[in-house]
Design a protein around this ligand. Sequence first.
Ligand code: ADQ
Length: 736
Amino acid sequence: MNRFLIISNRLPLNINIKDDEIEFTPSVGGLATGMMSVSQSFDSLWIGWSGIDQNQLTAKERKKINLELKNEACADVNLTPEEVELYYEGFSNKTIWPLFHYFSQYVEFKEEQWEAYKRVNQKFADVIAENMEGVDKIWIHDYHLLLLPQLIKERFPKVTIGFFLHIPFPSYELFRTLPWRKEIINGMLGADLLGFHTFDYERHFMSSVRRLLGYDINMNEINLPNRIVRVDNFPMGIDYEKFQNAALEAQKRSVRDKSEVRKELERYYLLYPDTKFIISIDRLDYTKGLINRLEAFEYFMEKYPEYRDKVVLVLLAVPSRIGVEQYQQMKSEVDEIVGRINGEFSSINRTPIWYFYRSMPFENLVDLYNYCDIALVTPVRDGMNLVAKEYIASKTDGRGVLILSEMAGASKEMSEALIINPNDIAQIAESIKTALEMPLDEQIERNTFLQKRLKRYNINKWALEFLNGMEKVKQSEQKFMGKKLTTAIQNKIIKELRNADSAVFFLDYDGTLTGFEDNPKHARPDDELYELLDGLADNPKNRIVLISGRDKDTFEEWFGKKPYTLIVEHGVWYREKGEPWEMIEQLDASWKDSIRSALEFYVDRTPGSFIEEKNYSLVWHYRKSDPELGPNRAIELKDELTSLVSNLNLEILEGNKVIEIKNRGINKGRAAQKLLNSAPADKIIAVGDDWTDEFLFAALPETAYTIKVGMSKTMATYKVENFWQVREMLKRIVTE
Ligand code: ADQ
């Protein structure tokens, strides 16, 4: 594997300068902890902000820091204090963070912050550009850098870009409130692979893509005009062995070597052996549900006085984003509630809440996880929540009870925990009681399942799956590149056409020679197109066949006087230049009444959809309906029609935002073959965009040049991105 880049807002280490000494410490937080082990296993460079303003350093300090960073395989994106304020504390943490966590009451929409966000994303792109040597993959992380994938794609179209969002992606109803919603989605779509923790976040993202940009979505692939973006969920794991081993080590330590926290807990336990410890660990953040948790604990103490002296809540809060107002407010609120509860329920020797407002070294953290009987993890929204996983991984003897919020992504994989709704104070209190009373064998049974899963799907597996996902996207892109209709292939076609005695051009119309309109009647040919087709037809060696699903009256109106052969309704009707229309095969249309009534039912229930009636087919169009309702109704409709059409010897064709019902066995391929049987040609060129054209591609001899417009799978030998490129190619054929 070549070198790859990891990009995140913060580098995974903090730098402190004290009395000329430079000190490096690992940073706290899910992303940093998780990705650190990944970066150490690969040849990678981590690009991000180091947390200090390099402009304030002496040249000597700067040199030393950058050298140290280089040794750690890191590179700094230098941010000014103003950028930190507007981009980091501002747009990232006062707009995106609350919005994506459903705290709309905290969201700020400030142009100045948005401008800074754009500027800093660009700054990241510039530092990346300086470090691109030998790089074939870039993995970008999180909500601070939502515009970065697009900025890099524009500059380095060949590099494979992965993007992982560590926080939830909100429902469209919330996301749409963002004034810069389209820019954000477009920014993310610069990636080749987009990863989320859960299927729900993925679903919400897809829904926003569909509604805001109208792109076609095929399972988990988004069809952009010139490439495909794959979207998937990768629930992040932890370094299971690291926690398990550290916990085992902690247990083996002699009293002297034990951490202060552990000593304190054990001392207390010796004094009061009936005590149970509940651990609560998070960054001090309003999304983590600390207030609810404390209120639930208070409610529990009130409701079950028999437990008052028997339970200790070890509350650890890491200072976080102290520059943001809501975080300061929340700190005061937590201080107040803790004071109130301790004031009310403490006895002379016993205090129910032990409150620490600080970060902890890894060993102490594991000590706590390992020692405590219950973990209380109650976020009101959380992308994943690694604390829940770390707690379970640190339970060496399988004992311990995890109480987990259903609003954390982790709850999707940890159903053996006691799952609670973080807004239901009474339910949390009941769960504390259930946890305190849970028999040991039940605890072990639940945790065995959880541990097995965490061990298997650990952080390395998570990262490898994501990287494999990127590799797969790359391979399928290469496959596409192999099919691309390059200038060299176009030259070859032109040369062969020049030497040929006769040539036939099978050209589909909508999506191939022209774009789509909401109302198909509006997609009339423009002057340029007429000129182009006339130019082709002027050469007596060429035969132009327009082959379409359109009805014959429309084509008669648009092309009736032109010297082209017309095949319409997917091969029902045929018209040689200057001749009357002929039916290629005798068909019956008496089935239409029964199908029409089924379609009318769908028109009534799907605003914006309508029926188009052709001589031998009926078409239900849903291009103008709600972008999510339309495709869903189309699935229902297909399902409903399936048995009906087979009884009537009909078939369903699914085109671009249309469902068409027509007589079985009639298709463009069969029509083209008939035409070629009666008038063979030296060279055959066929161009089409949707899957009704696949019949055509499949029916033609191997020597034909078959060209697909768009990115989806095809039988065609070559692909072009859009109808403009088809016109370019035809123009070259006419002029050269
Ligand atoms: P965070 O919001 O930071 O992460 P979380 O997943 O719980 O939340 O990770 C917190 C990390 O910080 C854990 O690894 C924990 O060990 C550590 N930590 C917590 N308190 C600490 C303390 N006092 N001292 C030292 N370390 C402490 C974001 C998203 C999450 C998502 C992660 C990973 O908000 O939803 O799970 O990224 O994608």
